[in-house]
Ligand binder design. Structure first.
Ligand code: S3P
Length: 455
């Protein structure tokens, strides 16, 4: 089959190609959790004293957070591979940055920093790459404006934006209009600077790393389950104590070798120390429901987060309905789960996934376009995706535009390991944002992935 081009390839970028591979085997060291790494740096910056971090993700997104904090007077130092320390400046101790804060591809950096900056009476200009500049910022600006910040954005609440915090923030009670851990975290971080109690109410539980870490650092945080949802209340203007943070391996990154092992016949892959926070681990539940052979052992608690060692063996997958209630716990894993669904027997439906439209790319559209180009029958509506599994190796044979989206790049490379014909992506470099060395790590398991022109 000849190579179809789904969307015209990026002008620049490093193409990569994956081909049907023999059984994958071995143990992969999955990089540190991206969400927890951002929070360790940011909360460490607000603590009084030195926070020591082990297993920090050294991806571009986390480097963007580190650089922004340095630009505001925080000492952030790498002591060794994955080993970092942050000398905190105390709550409200940041300095005005002299230059624009460029947050690259990282929505988490941009939105959580808004919360961190809210209680500082200075102006910061924030921007990002072509993907981040398209993403909606009004969802954080709305509650923070109620608390007293002033923000000017480009049309549609897009960055670049000028963000002016306030020394006299007001505490608020805020019900999240969309399930978003970034918005919840921004309000809680702002609440740390406001007098009295700030409350966030979420009717769907989103990742709770901010709450866990704040409470570990001595903040006054109260969480109650109510008929309206989960109420998280923080009492502001208390100092944070530095802690030692051990960052678990990222379940979102583990999902790539996990799906690869599930769909490449004869594979067995070991992934140790994977974060299994229930608000994050939905992808493993979904894969298991589809018939994947996943064994979890050595389940333990590390630094306030549940972790486990996972063994994944190839298995015949069947289609499943993945319920909307699970969406928040696997929101970043739909692209790679879509690849598993395309290899399965029967139909898979992802319900309640409208938020995929505002990720690093419009992932709903990108999954549809990319899988179709690879010969898979897919349909979408505003809030769901339906994939007709091929019940064996899907055709493949297309080039996918990764649109500055790391998870699209890695998902389609995983897909090509199980398709009849090679799958190419126009640019593998976005994978560096969350999974440095992805292609090398996959090749070490036996994946046939090559980089450069042509396939
Ligand atoms: C994140 C929250 C999620 C997720 C993102 C990381 C976080 O975004 O998609 O990759 O670290 O809080 P939303 O808050 O937009 O759902």
């Amino acid at each position: 089959m000849t190579q179809d081009t789904a969307i015209s390839p990026a002008a620049q970028g490093r193409p990569a190609h994956s081909r049907r591979s023999g059984p994958l085997s071995g143990t992969m060291a999955v990089p540190g959790d991206k969400s927890i790494s951002h929070r360790a740096l940011m909360l460490g910056a607000l603590a009084v004293g030195t926070t020591h971090i082990e297993g920090l993700l050294e991806g571009e997104d986390v480097h963007a957070t580190a650089a922004a904090l340095r630009a505001m007077g925080v000492t952030v130092v790498q002591d060794g591979p994955g080993v970092w320390h942050v000398d905190g400046v105390g709550v409200a101790g940041l300095h005005a940055p002299e230059d624009v804060l460029d947050l690259g591809n990282s929505g988490t950096s941009a939105r959580l920093l808004c919360g961190l900056l809210a209680g500082h009476g200075f102006t910061a200009i924030m921007t990002g790459d072509g993907s981040l500049r398209k993403r909606p910022m009004n969802r954080v600006i709305a509650p923070l404006t109620e608390m007293g910040v002033r923000v000017e954005t480009r049309e549609g609440g897009r960055m670049p934006m000028s963000f002016t915090g306030s020394d006299t923030l007001l505490p608020i009670e805020y019900t999240l209009p969309v399930p978003s851990a970034q918005v919840k975290s921004a309000v809680l971080l702002a609440g740390l600077h406001a007098p009295g109690k700030t409350t966030v109410i979420e009717d769907v539980a989103t990742r709770d790393h901010t709450e866990r870490m704040l409470s570990h650092m001595g903040a006054e945080i109260e969480i109650t389950e109510t008929p309206d949802g989960r109420r998280i209340t923080i009492t502001g203007q208390t100092e944070l104590s530095p802690v030692n943070v051990k960052v678990p391996s990222d379940p979102s990154s583990a999902a790539f070798p996990a799906v690869a092992a599930a769909i490449v016949p004869g594979s067995q892959v070991q992934l140790n120390g994977i974060g299994m926070n229930p608000a994050r681990a939905g992808v493993f539940t979904s894969l298991s429901e589809m018939g994947a052979d996943i064994t979890s052992t050595n389940e333990r608690d590390e630094g306030g987060e549940p972790v486990a060692d996972l063994t994944i063996r190839a298995a015949a997958l069947t289609g499943a309905r993945i319920p909307a209630e699970r969406a928040a716990s696997m929101i970043d894993e739909y692209p790679v789960l879509a690849m598993a669904a395309a290899c399965a027997t029967g139909t898979t439906v992802f319900a309640g996934v409208g938020e995929l439209r505002v990720k690093e790319s419009d992932r709903l559209a990108a999954i549809e376009t990319g899988l179709r180009a690879c010969g898979v029958t897919v349909s979408t509506d505003s809030d769901s995706i339906t994939i007709a599994g091929c019940g064996g190796p899907p055709p493949g044979g297309a080039t996918i535009a990764t649109q500055l989206d790391h998870r699209l790049a890695m998902s389609f490379l995983v897909f090509g390991l199980a398709t009849e014909n090679p799958v190419s992506i126009d640019d593998i470099t976005p994978s560096e944002t969350s999974f440095p060395g992805f292609a090398d790590a996959m090749r070490a398991l036996g994946a046939d992935i090559t980089e450069g022109d042509p396939a």
